[in-house]
Design a protein around this ligand. Structure first.
Ligand code: GMT
Length: 375
């Protein structure tokens, strides 16, 4: 199959899912063409089946804003036509699905048919979906796609509840490469941070408000009062300065480390004891799955897709949003030496359900059904 993938190239979960999907499909012999404005962050390997096409945006004095969507549309028209793609898989309704739909119309005027699959990852539905400046475009882009997937039952429900949806939405969850995200026995990273055998607590995100990172700090402070522990924060984003100030004001600074964005997240996760994800919205929670694959139990909020992923009381706990006391209490329970190994084992068992080998074939089946139906 020849597949075009359109995604955000940044560190966010949607870009990671799109990139890992494309890499796996190319390993299976499909020709995969990534189309974006920069090389996707995890597109760090190459084989003869992988291609990247950059969308260049020209800005003329006439335009107050650079017209990215139009450049993307034109690039899609070019690549579908000349690479003879069988299907376009776009991640996010706006602007990717809306651009792809315009490209499809243009291509049909040349006699070229291209089915469009849109995957919903969350932010377009749960955060910006109700904004009247984009709502009609999101609604239209979902309904006019040839196939639509959502990354959790919760996101599917939110989409159906908040939009006027006429198309069936298939749930295909996030997936994980268990060979890459795995517990390591050498403790190399942990030994550097936890010199006195403290417990290693971790958080990864893009430091947006919706992640409620202040809860991570506050929960950690309570853990730290009871158990010798260190907190390592991975990622970067708008809230980082506020959170660093909060950490300085409330915790023992020598116990909190901010790593920023790093490429080798798996090395840090490979020695962790507990992962905190107290988000206000989380349509799936890929970072929690990466932790669980590394045998790390997760304490999270009970919102979005998190309760579908984390088996409460087994691979971690899902607590009420913002309930710092409950999150701290449950963290201490998990970290207790008589419980920790069981939670770690269960986290890995749960992650195996979402292995790349289990989930990617669902996308392939979905592509084939849509191609058969629409061409
Ligand atoms: O979590 C983020 O802020 C990044 C965001 C994105 O748009 O890349 O992630 C979303 O998609 C991921 C992949 O499907 C999901 O695992 C995340 O839960 C989802 N984030 C939110 O819903 C906030």
């Amino acid at each position: 199959m020849k597949i075009g993938i359109v995604c955000y190239p940044t560190y966010g979960g949607s870009g990671v899912v799109a990139t890992e999907l494309g890499k796996e499909l190319s390993n299976k012999g499909n020709k995969v063409h990534f189309i974006s404005y920069a090389v996707p962050a995890r597109l760090n390997f190459h084989n003869e089946n992988l291609f990247y096409h950059e969308v260049g945006v020209k800005n003329y004095p006439l335009f107050e804003f650079p017209p990215y969507e139009l450049s993307l549309t034109s690039k899609l028209v070019e690549i579908v036509q000349y690479e003879k793609l069988d299907i376009l898989h776009v991640h996010y309704a706006i602007p990717h699905a809306s651009s792809a739909l315009l490209a499809k119309k243009i291509l049909s005027s040349y006699g070229v048919t291209i089915p469009i699959i849109t995957t919903l990852h969350g932010t377009d539905i749960t955060l910006i979906g109700n904004d009247p400046t984009v709502r009609p475009v999101i609604n239209y882009s979902i309904n006019e796609s040839d196939g639509v997937t959502a990354v959790s039952e919760s996101l599917k429900k939110d989409t159906l509840d908040n939009f006027d949806i006429k198309i069936d939405i298939q749930v295909i969850p996030n997936f994980i490469n268990l060979k890459r995200f795995k517990k390591s026995n050498d403790n190399e990273f942990k030994n550097k941070i936890c010199k006195n055998d403290e417990k290693l607590i971790l958080h990864t995100s893009n430091f947006r408000k919706v992640k409620r990172i202040q809860d991570v700090i506050n929960v950690f402070c309570k853990i730290n009062k009871n158990i010798p522990s260190k907190l390592v924060m991975i990622g970067d984003g708008p809230e980082r300065p506020n959170i660093e100030s909060l950490a300085r004001a409330t915790c023992s600074l020598k116990d909190v480390t901010f790593l920023g964005n790093i490429d080798n997240v798996e090395d840090v996760l490979s020695n962790g004891d507990l992962f905190l994800l107290p988000s206000e919205k989380e349509s799936f929670g890929l970072s929690a799955l990466e932790a669980m694959s590394s045998s790390i139990p997760v304490i999270s909020s009970n919102i979005g897709g998190l309760p579908e992923l984390i088996v409460d009381g087994k691979s971690g706990f899902c607590c009420n949003l913002g309930d710092i006391n409950d999150m701290s209490k449950k963290s201490l329970f998990v970290l207790d030496d008589s419980n920790l190994q069981k939670f770690k084992d269960n986290a890995l068992i749960r992650a195996k359900k979402y292995s790349i080998e289990n989930i990617v074939p669902d996308y392939v089946k979905f592509y084939n059904n849509i191609i058969d139906e629409k061409t």
